[in-house]
Ligand binder design. Structure first.
Ligand SMILES: NC(=O)c1ccc[n+]([C@@H]2O[C@H](COP(=O)([O-])OP(=O)(O)OC[C@H]3O[C@@H](n4cnc5c(N)ncnc54)[C@H](O)[C@@H]3O)[C@@H](O)[C@H]2O)c1
Length: 442
């Protein structure tokens, strides 16, 4: 891409995780000079060696290309990130984690720490851009924090630029978003942000800061609602003999509804939907509005996560001492992220019932080993199903779609397959000899 020197913005991104690293690499890819900062020294050390700390399709290529082109740099220090190579960052994106607290509210302590450090290192007008998913009014708090520590009264703005990328397709999502939302407190901040996103030629929506913050929570909560809705309908299908795929198609062909997020299964997980739903409920409650719908969305998801456990009990009767094989551990395919994956709850429930669990995931296995104990991690899918009383499909990896189901059938102790993601065709499975159950299908 041929770029005019004046189009290039010096950017610092604090937090080099799923969002920060992808955003940094992609902003470098569209021509800017980006420094990614992370407080985790191991993460920066591996990145400097050209090794990706996360699994994300296409990320390694973009990172390596832009490091080589001297548009992408890594450091542990915010001070260095803000003045790297003698160049002052005109925009600093905050992309640190905002994990849930016990009560469901978002833990914003990492954001406060970063805001303080930014304040100490300001030297000229800078746009501080909140990219992490945060409750409305967080930018106000960042503003207050920076004012408090900004002893030299350097001018700054705090803008909101929520990120909508999805793990598994993050690079493509970042570079070709449906829209870029910019919550801008001033024309000056808007100009800097528009300049940053200009090369992407995507639709830009400029709003006030609070609306931008709310758009992210409202969007994720709406998508979670769609998933819980279709899962609730799937339960009705199971009880009435209707077929969820026909129902979802009939609904989705209506343009007002749309086909996306109407796939029944064992519920949503990951670092975004569960915590953002929880945080949105918590925020509304604190502001005096009881957003009861969100409580129902969560309750449906919690019970749907255990669909596989319920069906295992229905098929195997007493579970004590039985062997269950889980195909997949990640909350969705094409990611190694195990945060809030339904597999964690499923395994805990199976272990409580005395089940011997065997599991295999093509990519997230190493992350899973750090948090799941007391199960056998198999070498591959066939090793996983060997000797199993029942096989449960947890994640719809392509590798499992291509599984030799005849071979798997021969290796399992009993031909029982419970498909939590509706990956296989019921007629074909029965033809092969499997006792096959899936979500909302007959
Ligand atoms: N993961 C997603 O798909 C996704 C999508 C959209 C938005 N989000 C939101 O983006 C934010 C980040 O999510 P993530 O998945 O990238 O998290 P992550 O845990 O992968 O990355 C956060 C990074 O911030 C670093 N960090 C924490 N404190 C720091 C500090 N004081 N200084 C420098 N670095 C620090 C951590 O070491 C970590 O590498 C969250 O608010 C999340 O809700 C995530």
């Amino acid at each position: 891409m041929k770029k005019n020197k004046n189009d290039k913005v010096n950017i610092c991104i604090v937090g080099a995780g799923y969002v920060g690293l992808v955003s940094g690499a992609c902003l470098a890819e569209i021509g800017h000079r980006v420094v990614c900062v992370d407080s985790d020294p191991k993460k920066i050390a591996v990145l400097e060696k050209g090794v990706m700390p996360i699994y994300e399709e296409g990320l390694e290529r973009v990172v390596k290309k832009n490091v080589k082109a001297k548009r992408l740099f890594f450091t542990n220090s915010i001070k260095d990130g803000m003045h790297h190579g003698g160049r002052r960052a005109e925009a600093i994106f905050i992309a640190v984690g905002t994990p849930p607290r016990e009560d469901g509210s978002a833990d914003l302590s990492a954001i406060e720490k970063v805001a303080e450090q930014i304040a100490h290192n300001l030297s000229d007008y800078t746009v501080i851009v909140e990219k992490s998913t945060v409750p409305v009014e967080t930018c106000e708090w960042i503003n207050k924090t920076v004012l408090r520590h900004n002893k030299n009264h350097i001018p700054f703005d705090v803008a909101s630029n929520p990120e909508f990328l999805r793990e598994g397709t993050a690079v493509g999502d970042f570079l070709k978003p449906d829209r870029v939302v910019l919550g801008c407190p001033s024309k000056q901040a808007e100009a800097v942000l528009r300049k940053i996103y200009k090369p992407m030629k995507s639709a830009v929506l400029v709003t006030d800061v609070k609306s931008a913050e709310l758009i992210k929570h409202a969007s994720n909560s709406f998508l979670s609602t769609k998933i819980s809705f279709i899962n609730a309908v799937a339960n009705v299908c199971e009880k009435t003999g209707a077929d969820i795929e026909a129902v979802a198609k009939g609904m989705g062909l209506d343009k007002r509804i749309g086909m996306s997020f109407l796939k029944a299964g064992i519920g949503f997980g990951g670092f975004c939907f569960p915590k953002d739903l929880e945080a949105f409920y918590w925020l509304s409650h604190r502001k005096g509005y009881d957003f009861e719908l969100l409580k129902a969305v969560k309750a449906i998801n919690e019970s749907q996560k255990l669909w596989l456990v319920k069906k295992t009990e229905e098929e195997l009767w007493n579970l004590e001492g039985k062997t269950v094989a889980l195909l997949g551990l990640a909350f969705k395919p094409n990611t190694d992220d195990m945060r809030f994956a339904p597999s964690i709850d499923i395994i805990a429930e199976l272990l409580k019932r005395g089940v011997k669990v065997r599991a295999y995931d093509p990519v997230s296995q190493n992350n899973a080993k750090k948090i799941i104990k007391g199960i056998y991690f198999a070498k591959d899918a066939y090793d996983c199903v060997t000797g199993a009383d029942c096989v449960c499909l947890v994640t719809e990896w392509d590798e499992f779609a291509k599984l030799d189901l005849k071979k798997a059938l021969a290796l399992a102790k009993h031909p029982i397959m419970l498909d939590g993601r509706n990956l296989y065709a019921p007629a074909r499975m029965r033809e092969l000899g499997w006792t096959y159950k899936s979500v909302g299908r007959q």
